[in-house]
Design a protein around this ligand. Structure first.
Ligand code: HMG
Ligand code: MG
Length: 323
């Protein structure tokens, strides 16, 4: 079942930055997105249309999205460069967020342009307490919200990816049952999400738990090709967890450049698995990631982490000679 090809969703500019107190300028974020695309990251979660009071880092979401789409449109109008435009997505919690994202896209490319926003991600949780703390509503209320939101996105020809957070453990409730994850995953798929990213928000999973969860979902009718994994490396198990998920056939993974990441509403949630580490391991395993410029990825990780006053948290950046 081991996939020959893996797709990476680069979430560093969203999950990576949302927990950082140092605000990165819109201009720099746009430049980082362009560099990531040029280095071979084909799928970039760019920013988040949440309340700026909840996450001040994304007060500039409209500007970042509009500028990035404008840049992408310019690139695709240049003959031969079309292939290098990445797939851009943004996190959206509600209709207000969707409206703002659509307005930013329309201001950049006109409402009907094929170069506009084509994908968003919504986010639910497998635990009630985390749902309350993260998005201020119960799981069922969040599903009702998404039931209204998803058709609006689809009407604009926008694909919807769904996150389920806290699938292995919750900072408030502790262990989360397999059936809670199954219920929310199924509900989001039925509402029209094309893929569900299962989040180990506080990094408590082990490979055994990954196998157990994926087998439970599969036994209950969820297709492995409908799933992605989103690991946080809080306790150093993220790459081992990736391997367990590979053995179950999962071929899409979220990763964050420089290993940045965390959730302001999950105490103790630290960085996502670093893109650089994931790319190194999968490449060494002979898995096809498309064309990736590895030394440039490390430079981007160094630069993004430096921009928030940190050093690169990936393992490979500690041992690779300066590229
Ligand atoms: P609420 O307070 O229930 O919403 O927040 P509300 O509708 O009552 O609105 C309250 C205020 O927020 C109002 O402003 C709204 O206009 C404003 P006021 O009138 O008080 O000045 N507002 C918005 N502003 C901008 N954009 C919007 C928006 N919506 C309302 N879209 C809400 C509900 C979800 C909006 C809020 O709780 C929120 O923004 N939370 C942020 C959650 C977040 O960003 N969490 C981190 C991302 S999830 C994650 O990291 C996990 C993941 O990585 C996977 C994993 O690791 O597991 C995905
Ligand atoms: Mg996360």
């Amino acid at each position: 079942r081991m996939p020959k090809r893996v797709k990476i969703w680069e979430v560093g500019l969203r999950d990576g930055l949302q927990n950082e107190g140092v605000l990165v300028s819109a201009e720099l974020k746009v430049a980082f997105a362009a560099r990531l695309a040029q280095a071979g990251m084909r799928h970039i979660e760019l920013t988040s249309f949440v309340s700026p009071r909840a996450v001040p880092q994304f007060a500039d979401a409209s500007e970042v999205l509009a500028q990035t789409l404008r840049k992408s449109a310019e690139m695709s109008s240049t003959a031969g460069v079309k292939e290098s435009s990445p797939n851009i997505s943004v996190l959206v919690p509600n209709e207000k967020g969707l409206k703002a994202a659509l307005a930013a896209s329309a201001s950049a490319c006109g409402s009907a342009a094929p170069t506009g926003l084509r994908e968003i991600a919504i986010f639910a949780a497998a635990s009630e307490a985390f749902s309350k703390s993260n998005i201020n509503c119960t799981i069922d209320e969040s599903l009702a919200r998404f039931a209204a939101l998803i058709p609006q996105a689809r009407a604009h020809n926008i694909r919807v990816r769904g996150y389920v957070s806290c699938v292995f453990g919750c900072p408030y409730e502790g262990k989360v049952s397999l059936d809670s994850v199954l219920r929310v995953t199924r509900a989001l798929l039925e509402l029209g999400c094309y893929e569900i990213s299962l989040g180990d928000t506080i990094g408590v999973s082990t490979p055994v738990h990954v196998t157990e969860l994926l087998q439970h979902l599969r036994r209950n009718g969820v297709g492995i090709d409908q799933l992605a994994m989103h690991f946080h490396d809080t306790r150093g198990t993220a790459l081992a967890n990736v391997y367990a998920a590979l053995l179950e056939g999962v071929s899409t993974y979220d990763a964050s450049i420089g290993g940045l990441g965390g959730c302001p509403f999950a105490k103790g949630a630290t960085g996502n698995v670093a893109t650089e580490d994931m790319v190194w391991m999968l490449t060494e395993m002979g898995i096809d990631l498309g064309e990736v410029n590895f030394p440039e990825l490390i430079r981007i990780g160094n630069d993004l982490t430096a921009s928030v006053g940190r050093s690169n948290l990936s393992h490979v950046s500690q041992c690779t000679p300066e590229a």
